[in-house]
Design a protein around this ligand. Structure first.
Ligand code: ZN
Length: 332
């Protein structure tokens, strides 16, 4: 088997799995990422998270009836998701089993065992098929090569796909969304710069936390975030005409306001202004970030706009079996 054949087989396996779970139908509009842990569970495979020594993940197959997947807890959610997709690849592609010290990014094939190249290609295609990149980017106005080649946008896209920044850069290249020089340029710019640009001076206490920049494209989306992440929400309002975003429901749902300011376009009297809000979510739960556009002097019932995003702040899964560590369905 050539490396090229290995890639094609991995990609085909991922596409078949998408079809079996009707994923394009369910996720095609890019409002959420592929829930790889859920797919493994739906296939009836025991999935456990453990503090593995020197291993990212394993897929063990004793016989056809006895298959199990282990994922390390010594890594962030993005690494756990990518590793889980790689191990799922070993299962779907009917490999003997695996003990993985590393998983490869799309395009990293030199010197790799063809079976590992298959599983790597499966993982990349499974988590970032072109239709999902397109859906996630289109709903946020990012679907153009020059926009996706911008470090800030590639970083924000990586958060929506639930993948590391590096995996996203390679995935965008593998799916021919951006050119190779653009991918190499992107990889040189650390996400730290994009976080600082989004925060505009607001401090990020945890340097490993992510900074989500949300606008109307995230209305109705579900975000798989970490416990210390910050959420920058940018929405238009007409404060001069009395229309302003009401934060009451977001605060009631547990969000704290880290920063709140408006930018006015001085050239247009009575024109729109941009409200920039920075929120912190409570740790380890599922919460609704809900804002309502109200006219300040009208009754409470008359909302003239809403913004709502579902935010999970579980981050990396902790030790235990899938059922025990999975975010609870109750939403605050
Ligand atoms: Zn492997």
């Amino acid at each position: 088997m050539t490396q090229r054949d290995a890639i094609l087989e991995g990609v085909a396996g991922a596409s078949e799995t998408h079809d079996a779970f009707r994923m394009q139908e369910n996720l095609g509009e890019g409002a959420r990422s592929v829930d790889v842990f859920h797919v493994i569970d739906e296939l009836g495979l025991p999935l456990e998270f453990r503090a593995l020594d020197g291993l990212l993940g394993t897929c063990t197959r004793v016989d056809d009836a006895s298959v199990g997947i282990l994922i390390t807890t010594r890594g962030d959610l993005h690494l756990q998701r990518f590793t889980a997709a790689h191990e799922l690849g070993h299962f779907v592609l009917e490999h003997e089993g695996s003990f993985d010290r590393e998983v490869g990014m799309p395009g990293q094939i030199v010197g790799r065992d063809p079976l590992e190249v298959q599983a790597d290609a499966f993982a990349a295609e499974f988590l970032m098929p072109k239709w999902l990149i397109a859906g996630a980017a289109q709903r946020r106005g990012w679907w153009a090569a020059d926009r996706l080649s911008t470090p800030e946008i590639a970083y924000q896209l990586s958060l929506r796909l639930g993948l590391s920044y590096e995996a996203t850069c390679w995935g965008l290249l593998a799916q021919e969304c951006i050119s190779r020089p653009a991918a190499e340029q992107l990889r040189k710019i650390a996400p730290k710069k994009s976080k600082q640009a989004a925060l505009r001076g607001v401090a990020l206490e945890d340097p490993w936390a992510d900074v989500w920049r949300l606008d109307t494209g995230d209305n109705g989306a579900t975000l798989d975030a970490g416990p210390t992440d910050l959420f920058v929400v940018e929405l238009e309002e007409r404060a001069s005409a009395g229309f302003a975003w009401d934060l009451e429901q977001a605060v009631a749902n547990g969000f704290s306001v880290v920063s709140d300011f408006s930018e006015f376009d001085q050239s247009i009297v009575g024109g729109p202004s941009m409200r920039r809000l920075v929120f912190r979510a409570p740790a380890r739960g599922v919460y609704q970030l809900q804002l309502t556009l109200r006219r300040s002097f009208s009754s409470r019932s008359s909302a003239s706009g809403t913004f709502q995003t579902t935010v999970s702040t579980y981050g990396a899964r902790r030790e235990g079996s899938y059922g025990a560590v999975q975010p609870q369905p109750s939403i605050h």
